[in-house]
Design a protein around this ligand. Structure first.
Ligand SMILES: Cc1cc2nc3c(=O)[nH]c(=O)nc-3n(C[C@H](O)[C@H](O)[C@H](O)COP(=O)(O)O)c2cc1C
Length: 303
């Protein structure tokens, strides 16, 4: 058995595989299939200051190698999360990453402040949501907004802070450097890519929200490229995700520079995907006589 453990921002993970935010809820449904303690960590559904019902249906559309979603930030709000979901998660012997979001820097900071008073291991700040104070553009699409929201959350919380970047930008490295300068302890990427489908018979967009986020195997090469560029641009750990469906994919993202890997919509087609991926990573390492997964991080040799 290879050593699969990694350490990110001083937190020990028994392996680098973490179900991504929004696809795993709070783990309850998946616990029927396997023990959550097998996972390196769990990123919880994005939590906001108050309860949100999300966008109107239809809000899911299949695509040839993935799916589009416009679920929005449907969640019960931070107080409910802390009272009713977090205590159960904290008993699962795995690292808990509380994913948070908000419409203003102040809202994100308030959510982070409440989490800072809990036992949660890490905070993952989703900056792909609209900043209502700046015309609804996502925080993560400008260095200035990304820096502002990161700094506000940094001030509000001492827990290790991961900033989750949006891929819908011209230069991912500029955004990554901005959040690093504003106090992020790590970055995670990629969130979904903005997409759209149209029903040609009704001439209506398939999603009620018109546009949505593309996830799944089809976005994997974009994730590899952005993780590689980001890992070369910042001095903080990078957590990679986007279209991972196998242990080989996870190994590839780590060679690109990721210190851990999140698994998103792959769990919709196979709830066992994260545990299978952990096993497949171990098999690759054993077959190649690599004793620790840490040895492969960032080892791609570019031409
Ligand atoms: C249905 C759905 C809901 C999601 N909700 C969130 C969320 O609340 N917060 C967040 O940061 N990312 C959210 N994401 C993005 C995923 O965490 C992940 O970044 C993205 O799907 C790319 O990974 P994948 O291709 O492996 O799914 C969501 C994705 C999906 C498919």
């Amino acid at each position: 058995m290879a050593d699969l453990s990694v350490n990110i921002c001083g937190i020990d993970f028994k392996n680098p595989i973490i179900p991504a935010s929004g696809v795993f809820g709070y783990g309850r449904e998946y616990e029927e299939f396997y023990s959550l303690s097998e996972l390196g960590g769990i990123a919880t559904k994005g939590t906001t200051r108050t309860k949100r019902t999300g966008n109107s249906a239809p809000r899911i559309a299949e695509t040839p190698a993935g799916m589009l979603n416009s679920v929005g930030l449907q969640n019960p709000g931070i107080d409910y999360f802390i009272q009713h979901e977090l205590p159960n998660l904290m008993t699962k012997n795995t690292v808990i990453l509380a994913n948070i979001a908000g419409s203003t820097p102040e809202e994100c900071a308030e959510v982070a402040r409440k989490l800072d008073a809990t036992d949660v291991h890490m905070i993952e700040l989703n900056i792909s949501c609209p900043n209502v104070k700046q015309g609804g553009a996502a925080f993560g699409t400008s260095c200035q907004m990304a820096e502002q929201v990161t700094a506000a959350v940094r001030k509000a919380a001492k827990k290790p802070l991961i900033v989750k970047l949006s891929p819908n930008v011209t230069s991912i490295t500029e955004i990554a450097k901005s959040v690093e300068a504003a106090g992020a302890d790590a970055v995670s990427l990629i969130n979904t890519l903005l997409g759209m489908r149209i029903d040609i018979h009704t001439r209506r967009p398939v999603l009620r929200n018109n546009v949505g986020g593309l996830s799944g195997a089809g976005i994997f090469p974009v994730a590899v490229r952005m993780v590689w560029q980001t890992a070369n641009a910042v001095n903080i750990p990078v957590i990679g995700m986007g279209g991972v469906t196998s242990g080989e994919d996870a190994i590839e993202l780590m060679m690109a520079g990721a210190s851990a890997v999140q698994v998103g919509m792959a769990v919709f087609t196979d709830p066992y995907a994260p545990v299978k991926i952990i096993r497949q990573m171990n098999d690759f390492l054993d077959e190649n006589k690599i004793s620790s997964v840490r040895e492969i991080i960032g080892t791609v040799q570019p031409w």
